[in-house]
Design a binder for this molecule. Structure first.
Ligand code: EPU
Length: 424
């Protein structure tokens, strides 16, 4: 999706949401990890149901910089050829634009025996360290250190090891899993992340010939194999987009059906939405939801999966902002994810933050005004707030929203919301 920096979303309060919509493929948090893993299998890999969100554009540039040939061969189908010689260096100009590009570290080390990947640095949601990635690779026999702003890693032959993660980091689990599949012998990753995106990555690697058990649990075991073969992959539905649309229904009211997502991928969110007064249930091909009136205030604390996902925290704050009562929202994963709260307060929300906590006192109605998105989920939170605000809300800096959502305003408009993308 291309756009001019001056583009913004204009939102006016409207009728309750209604209708059925297909949820997009999970490009940002799932597909791009699989694209990086395609480095492990020389040849042509194909990804279907991969909408071209802005972060895909950056990852494609990273893959091309490494020497892969990457091309869109359909509106949502990407083909990558990693058959040629690769240059195992991911430059700062690209990595600094998108953290997921750090996911090339494990695959490059597995395929080329060395990797030089720029350090992405912190971003709008926190400091985001990479120490567990490096310690895990060292346990597998790599020499890994940080020098002149780059992660430099080298291993003549990675060997299996037992690795206990200090925290179930999604990125560290992914990098270690992709390093382990071609290592000599058995790797055990303990306290591994259990997010559905890890299960999807493992399933993809298994189809390429990897030997993996336990993905989706806290202990993943990998028996290294000599080679992997390229395959065609189909991305799962984006559970974050699904959850965002459910919360939009919670804030605007209405009845919606989502095609594609699996309720068990976002179960803690749906339990909380139930406690807020919504009805949410699984259907044969997705999720159905119904909401009427203001939500009840419910306390939330983010945790690794299957806990309440941090990526739903900002939109949950928007829901709490118009709820009946007060809620305490606690962010346990990232140290700077409340930056968007000041924008919500400009819309009339009553929120106080203190360290990891936000105390949100619900108000009956917000009031529309121009606001700025600071990151992808913060932008979605402001869009949802606009659905419950009197007058007109303008969400600016929507480039952040388009990094991860295929077309959030389009999806909401298809459900009857009064929202348009305006070329400023
Ligand atoms: N951490 C460390 N050391 C490490 C790795 C992580 O201290 O070596 C800390 C981080 O600083 C952070 C916490 O552990 O405080 C969690 O980080 P994790 O590694 O789990 O997150 P990530 O892999 O960097 C992915 C998603 C995020 C999502 C988190 C948690 C992608 C591209 N990003 O990030 O998505 O919030 O997992 O589920 O998959 C988003 O979509 O908006 C987003 C930020």
């Amino acid at each position: 999706m291309s756009e001019s920096p001056a583009e913004y979303f204009r939102i006016r309060p409207g009728a309750p949401l209604e209708g059925e919509i297909k949820v997009s493929g999970a490009t940002k948090n799932s597909g791009l990890k699989q694209l990086a893993a395609a480095i492990l299998a020389p040849g042509v890999s194909v990804f279907h149901n991969m909408p071209p969100v802005l972060d895909a554009t950056v990852m494609i540039e990273v893959m091309r910089a490494l020497g892969a040939r990457v091309e869109w061969v359909g509106p949502e189908t990407l083909e990558v050829d990693t058959g040629g010689d690769l240059v195992p260096e991911a430059p700062y100009e690209l990595v600094s634009k998108m953290r997921a590009s750090v996911n090339v570290l494990g695959p490059l080390l597995g395929r080329c025996g060395s990797a030089r990947v720029a350090l992405p640095g912190g971003d709008a949601i926190g400091s985001r360290r990479l120490d567990m990635h490096l310690r895990g690779l060292e346990a597998m026999g790599a020499e890994a250190h940080i020098e002149h702003g780059f992660i430099e890693a080298r291993a003549s032959a990675l060997r299996g090891a037992r690795i206990v993660l200090e925290f179930p980091s999604v990125g560290a689990t992914e990098n270690l899993l992709t390093a382990a599949v071609l290592a000599k012998g058995k790797t055990v990753i303990d306290n591994a992340a259990r997010e559905p995106e890890i299960t999807a990555l493992s399933a993809y690697l298994t189809r390429m010939g990897a030997q993996i058990t336990g993905a989706g649990t806290s202990t993943i075991e990998v028996d290294g194999v000599d080679e992997l073969v390229p395959v065609e992959a189909e991305l799962m539905a984006d559970r974050i987009e699904a959850g965002t649309l459910l919360m939009a229904c919670g804030i605007a009211g209405g009845e919606i059906s989502l095609i594609g997502p699996r309720l068990e991928h976002i179960e803690m969110l749906t339990l909380k939405l139930g406690a807020m007064g919504m009805k949410v249930s699984p259907t044969a091909d997705g999720i159905w939801a119904f909401s009427r009136g203001r939500p009840n205030a419910v306390d939330i604390a983010t945790l690794p999966h299957p806990g309440f996902a941090t990526d739903f925290m900002p939109t949950a704050v928007s829901l709490a902002a118009v709820s009946c009562g007060s809620a305490i929202i606690t962010e346990n994963l990232f140290d700077g994810r409340f930056g968007f709260v000041a924008e919500l307060c400009r819309m009339g929300a009553d929120i106080r933050t203190e360290g990891r906590h936000a105390v949100v006192r619900g108000v009956p109605r917000l009031s529309g005004c121009p606001v700025r998105a600071t990151d992808v989920r913060a932008g979605a939170a402001l869009v949802l707030a606009g659905l419950a605000a009197e007058g007109e809300t303008e969400v600016h800096d929507v480039v952040h929203v388009d990094r991860g959502y295929r077309d959030l305003p389009g999806a909401l408009a298809a459900l009857g919301a009064d929202i348009t993308r305006v070329n400023g």
